[in-house]
Design a protein around this ligand. Structure first.
Ligand code: SF4
Length: 375
């Protein structure tokens, strides 16, 4: 199948387990029935779906929220992906459960980008945010990957940090830039903080890892319209830029005129540098499909339901990762993906987004609110 037919971005959960209990994640507040339906995707199930989907995929993300390193069959799944020549493979992980064998595979080109979830360069703060974590172990695993890359002269995986920006860690962002520079990591994605739909204050691990007794997650939103926040964030963006680090700011953060110009220049330089890290097939598939789909993207504020599939470990199909608490489009155990992709539910979601009648699951989304495409 040619690259032009590779027009789907697939986000796939290899498990619905996580070894952390992060304070800003809904998995940290799962109780009762939710806990009983934990399962990992088997390599056999993976093979069953790859026959149908993988030949159409140009970017494969190995995680739609859960921790992929916990799946014991990950090495076999990675081999399967490699055989299918997926142009761009991205894994998001907290890196805690990295084994020597997996580290070897990651640095042998099985993964092109590794997104590591870290929200502080300070051990206490990090372990306070990411409950059940171990800062030293994660840093040592990062160093292990860097060491192997050097040893093998491998450019893969490119490591990117994912940083959920909250009041709790806003003032530490500059230190985190220094921390990233010390590890040779050149990209930080600052994600928008959202209060989990199932958040319960009484379930916060207050005290055990230093969370203040009066801490309330619901108060962690950052006011991006505040002049002081804008000024401070812009300074860190410039500081990072000076160190050769691309700092992606949350979507709600609107830059001022001169900031926007500086940002555009930085984005072009970053994309140029990043393109050299993509496989040739990755560049071609991404470029060709972008051109092919561009007219559609221009007409709608969000193009996800036309080009992206989220597949959970239990086989549920969603158009977007923020839909995790909303009805799925179907389950791959009962129907083929083609049937789900073309069913009534999917059509009505697409029609709603195209006509500006956003489905309930999109109502709080910044893309829907700003009515523009930008992801
Ligand atoms: S509008 Fe937002 S929530 Fe809805 S599909 Fe697009 S990105 Fe996802």
């Amino acid at each position: 199948m040619g690259l032009l037919n590779r027009d789907i971005e697939l986000r796939l959960d290899l498990t619905d387990r996580c070894n952390f209990k992060c304070i800003m994640c809904f998995k940290g507040y799962e109780t009762g029935r939710d806990q009983s339906r934990k399962s990992d995707m088997t390599v056999d199930f993976f093979k069953k779906i790859t026959g149908e989907i993988l030949p159409r995929v140009n970017i494969l993300h190995l995680s739609a929220g859960y921790e992929p390193l916990l799946n014991k069959e990950l090495p076999a799944i990675l081999s399967e992906i490699k055989q299918k020549n997926v142009p761009q493979v991205v894994m998001t992980s907290n890196l805690m459960a990295l084994t020597d064998h997996t580290a070897d595979l990651l640095t042998d080109g099985y993964i092109h980008e590794l997104h590591v979830s870290m929200d502080s360069a300070d051990k206490n703060r990090y372990e306070m945010i990411r409950q059940k974590s171990d800062f030293d172990r994660v840093v040592s695993n990062l160093e292990k990957i860097n060491h192997l890359k050097l040893l093998k002269k491998s450019k893969y995986p490119k490591i990117v940090f994912n940083y959920v920006l909250m009041k709790l860690n806003f003032n530490e962002l500059k230190d985190f830039v220094d921390f990233s520079a010390s590890l040779g990591i050149r990209e930080i994605n600052c994600a928008e903080f959202r209060v989990p739909y199932n958040y319960q204050k009484e379930l916060l691990p207050v005290g055990s890892r230093g969370l203040p007794a009066d801490f309330d997650l619901a108060e962690q939103h950052i006011d991006y319209s505040s002049p002081k926040i804008k000024k401070d964030l812009m300074q860190v963006v410039k500081y990072a830029s000076g160190k050769g680090i691309f700092l992606n700011v949350p979507y709600k953060f609107d830059l001022n005129g001169s900031g926007t110009l500086m940002r555009r220049k930085q984005q072009v330089a970053h994309l140029w540098a990043k393109s050299s890290l993509m496989t040739f097939r990755g560049k071609m598939a991404f470029g060709l499909n972008y051109l092919k789909k561009y007219p559609i993207y221009r007409k709608v504020s969000c193009s996800f339901p036309w080009r992206q599939i989220i597949l959970t470990a239990t086989g549920e199909v969603l158009p977007c990762c923020t839909w995790s608490d909303s009805p799925s489009m179907g389950n791959i155990h009962g129907e083929t993906l083609a049937q789900i992709w073309n069913n009534e539910k999917y059509f009505s979601v697409r029609a709603g987004i195209r006509d500006g009648n956003y489905p309930d699951a999109c109502k709080e989304c910044i893309v829907a609110m700003k009515k523009r495409h930008g992801i």
